[in-house]
Ligand binder design. Structure first.
Ligand SMILES: Cc1ncc(C[n+]2csc(CCOP(=O)(O)OP(=O)(O)O)c2C)c(N)n1
Ligand SMILES: [Mg+2]
Length: 248
């Protein structure tokens, strides 16, 4: 039986992602969660530079396109000036973990009451697939043409685990979009993260493993399979910091 799911009212335009990209699913999930949590006003997305920038075109909410990597700092200012706004940063792995690592770490360290969504596609997608801090060992990119050599670059960074283990934050999780079951699980994580902010519990982060078929040089189906077969064993799915308060 076909099940029709209404497009959330927050989405007002189609978005321009590559075929097989995960961003569209993730954005829709965020919007579904906001709608189900009764949030349709006073939402602001500080947006990173990268494919996440395309969030800007498709939503009726307010957005601010931040300087590259600085969404953690921008979000901090937005939330402190008006604590009743819902602030959700939307960033790529390169934006949040390479270029903006200082802002990302410090927002978590201060336990800012914001929600961070990072889309981890294991490369700098928008600029042509350069190596990022989450590129897998041996992965070929346009700047690691023989495969990433972790003996000289360090190993892929697991940011949610890092901030969950080191800082006093409210919530940290990692999900993916590689199957309907994973999409439903991810939606639960995103809802938890937004609820934590609504409940003033502090910093919440959800990282999403997302396919990048164009730069991975794979078909959309093979790209989804790469997530299940290769990425999840290094970037495990699950909650690394659970909320201590359950009700928003
Ligand atoms: C200050 C600055 N440095 C570099 C760039 C080039 N640039 C644009 S997007 C991007 C990488 C984005 O990677 P990521 O955050 O992983 O996003 P993705 O495109 O993979 O979703 C870079 C390096 C820029 N626009 N500005
Ligand atoms: Mg990326």
């Amino acid at each position: 039986m076909a099940v029709e799911r209404k497009v959330p009212a927050i989405i007002d335009n189609p978005m321009s992602f590559c075929p097989g990209c995960g961003h569209g699913i993730i954005i829709r999930l965020i919007c579904e969660c906001l709608e189900e949590l009764g949030q349709d006003q006073n939402i602001i997305f500080p947006i990173g530079v990268g494919c996440s920038s395309n969030l800007g075109g498709g939503l009726v909410t307010d957005r601010l396109h931040c300087p590259h990597g600085r969404a953690g700092a921008v979000a901090t200012g937005m939330k402190r000036v008006n604590p009743d706004n819902i602030i959700i940063t939307y960033q790529g792995d390169g934006d949040a973990y390479n270029i903006g690592i200082a802002e990302s770490i410090n927002a978590a360290y201060r336990n800012e009451n914001i929600t961070v969504i990072t889309v981890n596609n294991t490369n700098f997608g928008m600029t042509g697939g350069q190596m990022s801090v989450t590129t897998m060992e041996g992965q070929k990119t346009s700047t690691s043409t023989h495969g990433r050599d972790c003996s000289i670059t360090g190993f892929p960074m697991r940011f949610p685990e890092l901030v969950a283990s080191q800082f006093h934050i409210a919530y940290a999780a990692r999900g993916t979009v590689s199957s309907p079951a994973h999409i439903n699980q991810l939606k639960g994580y995103i809802k938890n993260a937004i609820e934590a902010q609504m409940n003033k519990e502090g910093y919440s982060i959800v990282e999403v493993l997302s396919p990048c078929p164009i730069n991975w040089n794979l078909t959309p189906i093979k790209a989804m399979e790469r997530i299940d077969n290769e990425l999840i064993s290094y970037f495990p799915l699950g909650e690394f910091k659970q909320r201590s308060v359950k009700e928003a």
